[in-house]
Design a protein around this ligand. Structure first.
Ligand SMILES: [Zn+2]
Length: 213
């Protein structure tokens, strides 16, 4: 049996197993979606959002691309963000990168002549690497340097999202979190907590109120 056939057979078994455990599951799913999380992750086949977080269909609104980039000039990224925040009213946005990311590695190497679309797509990563050149040049071996840039990339996307008017002007704004996935042990690590950001903002608000008083 070829691979697509095997996948179709596996789908039947999966649907039957879900329905056996929860007879109302698909009836509920068909009524509409109400996810609380927008997930922005890498297209890498080894970081499937639902699997690594034990989430079910209906839990995550997902956008994946090479190197988990949020690009305000890209209709794909923007339509996903707009729909997630304005219509679905997600409470959380999670940017999830991963160690060993091929897109991040490519941004530290000369552009591949046969991959013009990838080269264009990862240009912001090349610029980010330039911005942090001093720190990155001081890191060895090469894999550690790539992994550090993967972390810096997540943090940059989180900041970009927090500052974007769709997020910032939403009431209440969704919390934006930055995570990174380790292929070596399957675990997620928090780089940026949406909650910390909120408490920092709240502290700042209190500080300003005290100054004004
Ligand atoms: Zn990747």
């Amino acid at each position: 049996m070829n691979l697509p056939k095997r996948m179709l057979v596996a789908n039947v078994a999966w649907a039957q197993e879900i329905a056996r455990r929860d007879p109302q599951f698909f009836a509920t799913l068909a009524q509409g979606q109400n996810p609380q999380v927008l997930w922005i992750g890498c297209s890498d086949s080894r970081v499937p959002a639902e699997s690594v977080t034990h989430c079910a269909p209906g839990d995550l609104f997902v956008h994946r691309n090479i190197a988990n980039l949020f690009d305000a000039g890209d209709d794909n990224s923007m339509s996903v963000l707009e729909y997630a925040v304005e219509v679905l009213r997600v409470k959380h946005i999670i940017v999830c990168g991963h160690y060993g990311c091929g897109g991040v590695r490519a941004s530290l190497m000369p552009p591949a002549p046969h991959l013009p679309h990838v080269n264009r797509r990862i240009r912001p990563l090349c610029e980010l690497a330039q911005t942090h050149r001093a720190e990155l040049d001081g890191i060895a071996p090469e894999q550690a340097r790539i992994d550090r840039l993967a972390e810096l990339n997540v943090i940059a996307q989180v900041q970009r999202l927090r500052e974007h008017p769709i997020v910032a002007r939403s009431e209440p704004p969704p919390l934006v979190h930055g995570w990174i996935f380790s292929l070596a042990d399957g675990q997620l690590r928090e780089l940026e907590s949406g909650y910390e950001h909120v408490s920092a903002t709240a502290d700042l608000g209190l500080e300003l109120a005290l100054k004004r008083a």
